[in-house]
Ligand binder design. Sequence first.
Ligand SMILES: Cc1cc2nc3c(=O)[nH]c(=O)nc-3n(C[C@H](O)[C@H](O)[C@H](O)COP(=O)(O)O)c2cc1C
Length: 322
Amino acid sequence: MLRTRFCDLIGIEHPIVQGSFGPWTTAELSAAVSAAGGLGSIGTTLLERHRVRQLIDSVRGLTDRPFAVNFTARPLADDVFEAALGERPAVISHALGDPGDLVARAHDAGALFMQQIHTVEQATTAAARGVDVIIAQGSEAGGFGGTVGSMALLPQVVDAVAPVPVLAAGGIADGRGLAAALLLGAQGVNIGTRFLASVEAGIDQSWKRRIADSHSEEAVKVEFANAVFPPPPPDGYDVSPRVLRTPFVDEWNARPGEVAEHAERLRTDLGDAIVQDRAHELVPFTGQTVGLIDEVLPVAEIVKRLVAEAEVLLRRAPTLAG
Ligand SMILES: Cc1cc2nc3c(=O)[nH]c(=O)nc-3n(C[C@H](O)[C@H](O)[C@H](O)COP(=O)(O)O)c2cc1C
């Protein structure tokens, strides 16, 4: 059994969180992770209040275990946040900017608050806001991230915010990553890419196949993202997305000087692609763990393997010290 303080705090069996997938969220995936003993997350990006309520209802129809509802600061839809609080989720998670008074609002509604960060300074600020859990996300991660890798970031954050529990994110896809994160001082892990390549994930099959077939080098940073999307608000984090290479990403990463003059068209192209459910053709958000993943698996199997592998390694670990 891999029980940590984080498990006790949330009331879950395994110290494993499924990171939110923003506009690619589905109730089936979130519920499957929670039902398997981890913590599933519902993404709210671009969703209206009624849709978020529906998703919460759907997850509750599939499992009675806790789950998180995720928001980001790019931008935060305050009415949707308020509506989510009204549904009394066990956990609110937040990313991409200083959480400010969102922490107190979540606590007032009875929810725990998890904040994702990319630097030590962001972590100490979040801890001072009173967050319950910090997710230290290294630059290997799929989706938006910073520049420091997990191996360097995680122990620094653990030291800086103790005793606030820290989850490791970015670069973890199997039991070796989970065991290593716990040894580095994490109380659990927040995993994205491995859960994208699951049977229950709602993404296009071609995207899942690419995750199973790609090497880590295929998961690149979208260098030009900040010239296209509105710059982060004053309290937002300086981040850029990691995605699988596409002709679109290769073209504009190679023409950095020309992005600004085409920004409006690129924004429209990306916006249309999201609405038409083909954003994965342009920017399939994915992390460097693609190189570790070679099959699409059911969520229950992913969680079972993560825990079983980590347990074997951690039992063996003491023998390494002689
Ligand atoms: C497709 C995709 C969409 C994401 N959307 C969000 C999001 O809306 N909110 C968020 O906090 N994190 C988001 N992330 C980050 C993940 O929740 C998670 O923290 C990250 O993928 C962990 O790194 P890994 O991919 O190396 O496992 C997204 C990641 C991916 C791959």
